[in-house]
Structures are given as C-alpha cells and as structure tokens.
Design a protein around this ligand. Structure first.
Ligand SMILES: [Mn+2]
Length: 393
C-alpha cells in the first residue's frame, strides 16, 4: 500500500473516532507542527502562519477586502495607495505599499508589545486589519486622486468594530475608525485630506518631511496643465486653498530643504504651518522637538499625521524619491513619534517609499514599517475616538 493511502486511512480513522462526519479537517496528529509553522512567542491568533511564509500583509495582520464590502468592520485599517505619477525626481513609490508590507513582516516575531508606549496594539481592544490597496490608475493623475479619495472615504465612513453606537455630545456625530494609508508619493495626501474633511471638517496636520510641500504650482516647471499643477510639492498649497487645514494649528517637522528663496516661507505661513527644522534637534533634543509640536497642535484637535520617509536621513532611509542629507536617525524619529501619544490622531499616512532604491537589507521599508508600528500603537493606546464628527456623516 502506498504511503499516501496509509495517511488517508489514518486521517479517516481519527475523524471517525471523534464522531465527526462533517467536511471540516481534523487539526491534530503528527503533521500538525508542519501545518502550523509558528515560532514561540508569536501572540497572533490560531492559524497564523510564520512571519516568513504566507501572503504578505502589514505586520502579518489579517487581510480582508474592505473596499468590496461595508460589512467588514475594524477599528484601525491599513490601506495602500500605489500612486507615483506626482513625483519630480525618482519615481517608484507606487511599489511603496508592497515594500512597506515586506519590510513589516518581522513585526510580530517574538511579540508585539511596544515597550516605550506600554501597549500591545495587536492584543488590546482594537480590531486591526490590512485592507489591501485602493485601485489606482497610473495613466491619469486627476482620476487617480479621485479614486484615492473615494476609496479612503469608503473605509473611513463606516462604523468601527468598537464603540460604533457611542454618540458624541454634539452634531449627532459618531465614532469613526482610524485609517493608516501606505503611499504612494506625497500627492496622495491631498485626496486623503479631502476625504478626512468630509468626515471631520478642517483638521490639524502634523507633517514630517524634509521638504515644505506648500509650494505654489508655478514653482514646479511652469505647470503645463491643471493636472500637472497638483503634485508632491504643491498638494498642501491646494489643501490650504480648499480649506482642508485647521487655521494656525499645523506644523512641519524635519525640514531641511533648499529653497527657491526666503519667500517660500511666506507661502508656507500663508498655508498655516509652523516649521521645525531638522537641525534644531542638535540644540533642543527630541524632548524640545516634541514640545514644539504638542504646543502647536494641542491635545484635543483632530490631528492628521503625514510622514514622508525622507524625514529620516538617507543613511537610514535611502529608498525615497527626493532624499536630503542631514536628517534624523530612526532612533530619534521613533522617540519623537512616541512623544505624540497624547494627541488625538484620527488618521495617518506614510509616503515616498520607493523600494527599488533600497538596500538588500530592506533598510528603508523596515524603517517605514517601524514608524507605522509606533503610529498604530499610539492610536490603540489612545482608545476609540469617541468624538463627534462635524462633516457630512
Ligand atoms: Mn519630502
């Protein structure tokens, strides 16, 4: 008798012994350790695969096709926006969502408890999912931005898993889930803020970047068309024009770009941002950077957090569209992010990861994943939003 037949007979015998006549497979026996290839300390649910096998999701979180069904509920959702037709130098950020997921594979190994923040974002109250990517055309930027806004709003506007029936004290608002978007070049933040605006009205923005991104369209090559005017250096100018930013509460941090001239800062003030230069860390340290941000944005305003991976020095994150030397280390940036744990973060993005320029050690995508792990942990530590929404919902 063949080995395969012996195995089949053995399997049937086990099923019969348990009186199980259903089609469900019996998960026991000598091969179980082969079917569930997990390492000790992996605290994800039963059935999870080892961190180096299976389909890649952010931090090995469960994948659900959230855009296909409003019945899928979550408290925090990761979604990709694979768009890079707004780049001015190196393209390739359309592969950012895929790259960040690959760089995040190791997150659950050993355990997911965040020591500095004292929270485990995987095993606390929140349902956290990877919802895949928004379908984005590479041929038509204007249409792509529309796709990103509508895809994001579809995820943002449904009831969360937890606290869905909690009513805010005013405006008939209700609790919303939080969305973390994997870019994509930085242009995507404009449609993401348009979606946020529909739910919350104008929000406070914390913008980590080496560049201002508030430039008037004329700065970028004469703007041959309306579509070309909206790109990864001008989107905040448009966001300000459209009233998406809450006045006098916004801040850039990590800035160290060259300028067309000092007048660029005038435009920036017009857009409602304060500026923390990257080099300020040498004088005021991470505590000083954190204080400047928290003093500016407050702890009650709904805050949108946008992280350009080029905030980090190219020594730590070389795989990005427009790298600038003189940036923070991954240690410094993680400490700064952890210092924002008391803020009212409603959504976030991490953009400009272009994996084709990375090292074989996945240096940039690993850094990006770790920054988002800090963001996820802060959101979970803060608890359900429980705030009224002032927009169309
Ligand atoms: Mn940038």
């Amino acid at each position: 008798m063949h080995t395969a037949s012996l195995l089949t007979l053995g399997f049937a015998a086990v099923a019969a012994a348990h009186g199980d006549h259903s089609t469900q497979k019996v998960v026991e026996g000598p091969l179980q350790s082969l079917w569930y290839n997990r390492v000790p300390g992996d605290d994800r649910g039963a059935g999870a695969e080892s961190v180096f096998s299976g389909i890649t999701t952010f931090g090995s979180l469960p994948f659900r096709p959230c855009l296909a069904s409003d019945d899928i509920k979550y408290d925090v959702a990761f979604i990709g926006a694979p768009f890079d037709t707004g780049t001015s130098y190196r393209p390739g950020a359309r592969f950012g969502p895929n790259g960040i997921r690959q760089g995040s594979r190791r997150l659950p190994l050993i355990g997911t408890y965040n020591v500095p923040l004292g929270t485990n974002p995987y095993t606390s109250w929140a349902t956290v999912l990877d919802c895949g990517d928004i379908p984005v055309t590479p041929y038509d930027s204007a249409h792509a931005l529309h796709q990103i806004e509508e895809g994001h709003y579809r995820l943002l506007s449904r009831k969360p898993s937890t606290g869905a029936d909690d009513k805010g004290p005013a405006l008939g608002g209700r609790t919303l889930p939080r969305i973390i978007t994997l870019g994509g070049d930085h242009t995507i933040t404009l449609p993401l803020l348009r979606s946020i605006n529909r739910a919350y009205g104008p929000v406070t923005v914390i913008h980590f970047d080496s560049h201002l991104d508030t430039w008037r369209p004329k700065v970028f090559g004469g703007s041959p068309s309306e579509t070309a005017k909206i790109n990864h250096g001008t989107y905040f100018w448009y966001a300000a024009q459209e009233g998406l930013l809450r006045n006098d509460t916004n801040i850039h941090a990590g800035i160290r770009t060259r300028l067309g001239g000092p007048a660029d800062y005038d435009d920036d003030g017009y857009c409602g941002f304060e500026i923390v230069e990257a080099r300020e860390i040498d004088k005021i340290g991470t505590d000083g950077i954190i204080k400047r941000i928290v003093d500016r944005v407050g702890t009650t305003n709904p805050v949108y957090l946008s992280i350009d991976i080029d905030t980090l020095d190219p020594a730590f994150a070389p795989a990005t569209g427009t790298p600038e030397t003189g940036g923070w280390s991954t240690r410094e940036f993680r400490t700064i992010l952890q210092g924002l744990q008391d803020l009212n973060l409603v959504a976030a993005d991490l953009v400009e990861v272009a994996p084709a320029y990375d090292t074989n050690a996945e240096q940039t995508t690993m850094a990006a994943a770790d920054m988002l792990y800090e963001v996820l942990t802060m959101m979970v530590k803060k608890g359900p939003l429980g705030k009224p929404v002032a927009g169309e919902l």
